[in-house]
Design a protein around this ligand. Structure first.
Ligand code: 2BA
Length: 112
């Protein structure tokens, strides 16, 4: 058995969960925040049999598309390093979305 941790965009989470439910694959959704963009995303915990892992990955591929996102970050000068007034701001474009997936072996699965 495997535990799949998948970090997906908030916009994609509903579609992924709906597809997993249709396949009778259980999922727990945790609301999370990306450390870089500081935007809300969702972490899905999916405990599943080894044979179902490919199905889960296929669903993620189909429902989570990669997109470009723009992050506005303040530019700090040496003198204003500790200041909250860091002007002017600069834009960084990053590729985000898709799904970031970790798959780990499950030693035991017990429902009490
Ligand atoms: P964030 O940390 O908000 O990152 C959003 C996107 O920003 C990333 O997309 C990546 O394209 C870019 N990015 C992240 N850190 C960066 C950095 N230090 N410098 C430049 N660009 C950077 P994804 O790679 O698709 O990641 C989407 C979300 O998945 C991340 O949101 C984070 O919540 C999670 N994630 C990604 N890799 C992870 C990892 N190794 N461990 C834990 N969580 C991870």
């Amino acid at each position: 058995m495997k535990m799949i941790f998948a970090i997906v965009r908030k916009e994609d989470e509903g579609f992924v969960i709906e597809r997993l439910n249709k396949e009778k694959i259980s999922v727990t959704k945790l609301s999370s925040t990306g450390g870089f963009l500081r935007k809300g995303n969702a972490t899905l915990m999916i405990g599943t049999e080894d044979e179902q892992v490919d199905t889960v990955l296929q669903i993620m591929k189909e429902e989570c598309s990669r997109r470009q996102e723009v992050m506005i970050s303040p530019t700090y000068s040496a003198s204003s390093r500790d200041s909250v007034m860091g002007y002017p701001s600069s834009q960084i474009t990053v590729e985000a979305g898709g799904a970031t997936v970790f798959i780990v072996n499950v030693e035991q699965f017990i429902k009490l």
